[in-house]
Design a protein around this ligand. Structure first.
Ligand code: PEP
Length: 251
């Protein structure tokens, strides 16, 4: 049985005062029912220390939105996996479509990042997703399966079951458009086929999240799908009530 997982991606949003209010509201609203779900937040890395201290000893975990593909050295502006681990991160989002489209991240780089994250004892959350053009050309499954395979082929076999995958159709991220539960389920099933082809029973072990305009109103129907294990939440993770409602939908 795979435990549900909901991760909030704050993207480049937040200020210390607003973060404090949001983190306190999340902590106050966290209840026993949510123990059935792994819940994590990915603030901008400059706020990890603040979030770490405000979430101290609580049940909401920390993650990061990105990581450098190198271990250390002359990489101005980058943050390493070792640094993220020092601030209590358990999860690291890699290959988000905004990283791929705005910063030119290719599959090979995403695979390198996955290895750095695992080496530092954290869990990579590997994002895959097709563009609208790819979907309309009937290439959605092919696209996401090749993005996933690029990572699976590079990660040491003994670590494969630790991966988390996030299916995030590019056309649904931050647009208010959501994949229907059936569309999402079809892709999640195809991703499980790719996992199974890589290693026996890997499809049963790896959690696959859906992301793309998930909100308190549509979360129930998405999370009711058999192959959807939770969500990667952007905009709605900035509002405590909405984010908690989404987490409850996954419980
Ligand atoms: C995301 O940033 O990963 C995301 C899914 O954003 P949103 O929920 O705002 O579409």
């Amino acid at each position: 049985m795979r435990k549900a997982l909901v991760i909030g991606n704050w993207k480049m949003n937040g200020r210390q005062n607003a973060n404090e209010a949001l983190l306190n509201a999340l902590t106050a609203g966290y209840d026993n029912k949510l123990e059935r779900v792994d819940v994590a937040l990915c603030p901008p890395s400059v706020y990890l220390a603040q979030a770490q201290s405000l979430l101290q000893a609580g049940s909401i975990e920390l993650g990061a939105q990105n990581v450098c593909a190198d271990v250390e050295g002359a990489f101005t502006g980058e943050v390493s996996a070792g640094m993220l681990a020092e601030f209590g991160c358990r999860w690291v989002v890699i290959g988000h479509s905004e990283r791929r489209s705005l910063y030119g991240e290719a599959d090979a780089q995403v695979a390198e990042k996955a290895k750095r994250v695992l080496d530092a004892g954290m869990t990579p959350v590997v994002c895959v997703g097709e563009t609208l053009d790819e979907r309309e050309s009937g290439l959605a499954l092919q696209r996401v399966q090749s993005q996933l395979r690029a990572v699976l082929e590079e990660v040491p076999v003994e670590h494969l079951a630790e991966l988390v995958v996030a299916y995030e159709p590019v056309w649904a991220i931050g647009t208010g458009l959501t994949a229907t539960p059936e569309q999402a389920q079809e892709v999640h099933r195809a991703l499980r086929d790719t996992l199974a082809a890589q290693q026996v029973e890997l499809d049963e072990k790896v959690r696959i999240l859906y992301g793309g305009s998930v909100n308190a109103a549509n979360a129930d129907a998405l999370f009711a799908q058999p192959d959807i294990d939770g969500g990667l939440i952007g905009g709605a993770s900035l509002k405590a009530d909405d984010f908690l409602a989404i987490c409850r939908a996954a419980a």
